[in-house]
Design a protein. Sequence first.
Length: 44
Amino acid sequence: MSDNDIKRHQGEAQNFVEQLSDEVSICMMLIPSGSFNMGSPTVA
């Protein structure tokens, strides 16, 4: 498995719907602290 492989696991997620207007809403998913690294992977 390389550093660029996707690691998946099944579990439960917390979410909520944010109402932006009468016609527009967005579903938000909780990403627990420390479980997501933002940005591009380091290239050697």
